[in-house]
Ligand binder design. Structure first.
Ligand code: ATP
Length: 221
């Protein structure tokens, strides 16, 4: 299912706590999937994986939106309660998360949303489009990722005001931030793209169905 297919655009009565995990997913890998699985364990009723169409802060993806969505759908088959969502692929404009959250909130007013990102994305969050507006509509969950991390003055201020534990975040409608340590996997999509280009074996770093798709479509060669 995608949350935004045409017949579902009417306001929904759905309830619960949904995690929104956005990214380029060029391609999706086990780092993303382990996070999605842990989000379900932590208590989120649903996890939506949201591929962006035009990422504002990085080069454009190599695989098309359709190819990335297809890889997400193949990967999600193995995970209960984790789904690919095409909401950003359907928009022509930059894929701003604040706009995505506002659109989902309008469609699912009774759901409480948490936007999820890795620690590297949190480093740049203050420069995102309308970060505080995003926090008015959703919580923010930052998951640990290997690498150097700095905390800016803006981040310190926001954490002082909003930082809560994961159980407090799950009980909250919006506006809280949780920094959550999860088992870290030092893997990235850019590593995979490089490895494929160099002809290296990437078995076990993506689901087998995604590997078959990458081979069939000759992606990143
Ligand atoms: P790239 O190498 O192309 O930048 P990526 O592996 O970082 O890709 P993205 O699709 O850009 O993947 O990331 C989507 C989200 O997933 C981001 O919030 C990012 O921080 C997070 N993420 C990706 N890989 C990991 C990982 N191994 N551990 C923790 N978070 C991750």
């Amino acid at each position: 299912m995608t949350a935004t297919n045409q017949e579902a655009l009417a306001v929904s009565e759905a309830t619960g706590r949904w995690a929104l995990f956005g990214g380029t997913f060029d391609p999706i890998h086990i780092g993303h999937l382990r996070i999605a699985a842990r989000l379900r364990d932590l208590g989120f009723d649903k996890v939506l994986l949201i591929p962006n169409r035009i990422p504002p802060h990085r080069p454009q993806p190599q695989a098309s939106g359709e190819q990335r969505l297809q890889m997400l759908s193949l990967a999600c088959r193995e995970l209960d309660g984790v789904e690919a969502c095409d909401i950003e692929l359907l928009r022509d404009d930059y894929s701003y998360s604040a706009i995505t959250v506002a659109a989902l909130k309008a469609q699912f007013p009774k759901v409480s949303f948490t936007w999820v990102m890795g620690q590297d994305a949190w480093q740049g969050f203050e420069h995102w489009h309308q970060p505080l507006e995003l926090l008015e509509q959703a919580n923010l969950l930052v998951v640990s990722r290997p690498g150097l991390q700095n905390t800016s003055h803006w981040q310190e201020q926001q954490l002082e005001l909003r930082q809560r534990s994961i159980s407090q975040l799950l009980a909250s409608e919006s506006g809280t931030i949780c920094l959550q340590t999860l088992p870290e996997l030092d893997i990235s999509a850019s590593y995979l793209r490089r490895a494929i280009k160099q002809g290296h074996n990437i078995h076990f770093l993506v689901p087998d169905a995604v590997l078959d798709f990458l081979n069939q479509q000759q992606l990143y060669r």
